[in-house]
Unconditional design. Structure first.
Length: 239
């Protein structure tokens, strides 16, 4: 658990910097968490008790710089404060430590396996997830779970996260016109949830199939009507 040991005066999110002006050095650092968020926006459309933030600062002390993961998920918080949304995530205001943090390893190594792991462990983040598509002899995806104050590496792909009610994993697919390995959410049977584009395509296919069934039913009715008339029966006067 986080040891707050905070001063008496605590600034609000609006008073703290919302960016360190450090640009991301890999497009995947935005696209991968962006896909996870897009899927959640459909899965949890009716829920208002969660936040999935991308490249947002997490403040744990007013005199220390924010920690800025590529993505993080918090449960049991207000999804929106107002139309201005959150400029940052301030722990002494939210009173909820993120349950899930994601780091996407880029060409510039940013201590995802060392310093950041220790930072998220100290904060009490339950799941720390690291994704690196450049790894050759180790899995691209690592899911670390906090157990008795220390991270333990979880096995499998996907990995079920019972406290969240979702699984997290990676596989090849297409997003934003790019076919490659992406991260997805999964159900308990290890079936991945569809992306927004896939859901639109699926709904379009269902609508087309329903239209085809309706057309086939209409053609069948016409055939039966013609057969009745051929037998000298008026289908309009059947009682």
């Amino acid at each position: 658990m986080l040891n707050y040991n905070l001063p008496r005066y605590l600034p609000s999110a609006e008073e703290l910097p919302d960016s360190d002006e450090t640009p991301v050095d890999n497009e995947l650092q935005e696209l991968i968490p962006g896909l996870l968020k897009a899927i959640l926006l459909i899965l949890w459309a009716e829920r208002m008790d969660w936040l999935f933030a991308i490249d947002m600062g997490i403040y744990y002390h007013p005199d220390k710089p924010a920690i800025v993961p590529d993505g993080f998920l918090s449960l049991g918080v207000e999804r929106f404060y107002d139309e201005e949304l959150r400029p940052s995530y301030v722990l002494w205001d939210e009173n909820v430590v993120p349950i899930f943090v994601l780091e996407v390893v880029s060409q510039t190594y940013r201590k995802e396996y060392t310093t950041k792991l220790d930072e998220y462990e100290a904060l009490g983040v339950l799941y720390y997830v690291i994704y690196s598509s450049r790894r050759r002899r180790k899995p691209h995806l690592e899911v670390h779970k906090l157990v008795n104050g220390k991270y333990e590496l979880q096995e499998g792909n996907p990995v079920w996260l019972p406290e969240i009610g979702l699984g997290i994993g990676c596989e090849r697919g297409n997003y934003c016109g790019v076919t490659r390995e992406w991260m997805y959410w999964y159900d308990e049977q290890e079936q991945r949830y569809l992306t927004p584009a896939e859901q639109v395509k699926q709904e379009a296919q269902r609508a087309q199939q329903e239209a085809q069934r309706a057309q086939q039913a209409e053609q069948r009715v016409q055939q039966l009507t013609e057969q009745l008339r051929a037998l000298g029966i008026d289908p309009d006067n059947l009682g």
